[in-house]
Design a protein around this ligand. Sequence first.
Ligand code: ADP
Length: 365
Amino acid sequence: MAHVTLENIGKVYPGGVRAVEEVDLEVADGEFVVLVGPSGCGKSTTLRMVAGLEEISEGTLSIGDRCVNDVPARDRDVAMVFQNYALYPHLTVRRNLSFGLERRRRALGLSKADIARKVDATADSLGIAALLDRLPKALSGGQRQRVAVGRALVRDPAVFLFDEPLSNLDARLRVEMRSELRLLHRRLESTMLYVTHDQEEAMSLGDRLVVMHEGRVQQVGPPMDIYTRPVNRLVAGFVGSPAMAMLEGEIVDRDGRAIFETPAGAVVAGPDLEKVRHRGPVTIGVRPESWRLVDAGNDRLSGDVVTVERYGDRGDAIVEVEGGQRIVHRGPALAMPEEGVCVGLEPVPGGVHLFDAKTNDRLNV
Ligand code: ADP
């Protein structure tokens, strides 16, 4: 096991595409870190630089205390699990698992019996022992995914790298595999770096998340810190689904208390805003679960309920407010308003996030 350090890492692809810029990150020994962000933000490129599959254009990459910028992939002691599993189609599961070890058997000082033992133990731990003699084409997607994880596991690497490993699974299996990976991490206590575009997957897996946008790191921290205190509008909008509602407007004094008003005349009031010292243009963000329903009125954000979606336990009401903006209110399914009625929305205490109107950075005021 090892820590991984990225110092000022950058990547410019041949042809001039800048994919990654000034990435600083320290992944602690045994930590599970998830790189997350929209498609094209540079997550895979960053991971592939750690794997040794992409040349590093700028900066220093260390695994343990060793700089590995110029160390080939096979000598980095990392194992990667790919989205498409990359299994050898003509080899059985057993050979897929043992292949990497057999190739380097002498260098690793392993006997054939050692390898067989490792393969059996790995297959057991992943619940694929009964599949060892099958070819990949005779496996389900979930089983292939396990074999791909097994192939990394059997090598006992210093660092595990995962590139969207669950994307090809159906939704139910994805959720199941998510918790298995989390348990695997807890059992192995190994260093894991994981890439996904799915913020929910990232939230549920990572000890820490690294939120990226356009090649740059926006925020690094434990999932709930990022959820409750996003550093800017980009992070706030990306983490959380449905996305946080963003309203642009101004904080002004009315009748001796601070309220927020949009150009369309929508007003957001409540205890959070009364505490704000800032006056003038600002963007406010409120998550779907942080709105509560109140009576409609001129002195508060109000609108018609356009649609209601109920998911059994909870529901989402989409409210079209002044100016035409649609806002999602999330609450218990049984407490959802009827479609077509007019409702008011008020943020619950602690539910308002403020962002600078120009820089889009979080305002702590
Ligand atoms: P993500 O994993 O976040 O979806 P990538 O790291 O794959 O993003 O890509 C980051 C950026 O680099 C994108 O603009 C992408 O088009 C570009 N890119 C990725 N691979 C290559 C390549 N081999 N050559 C040129 N540009 C690339």
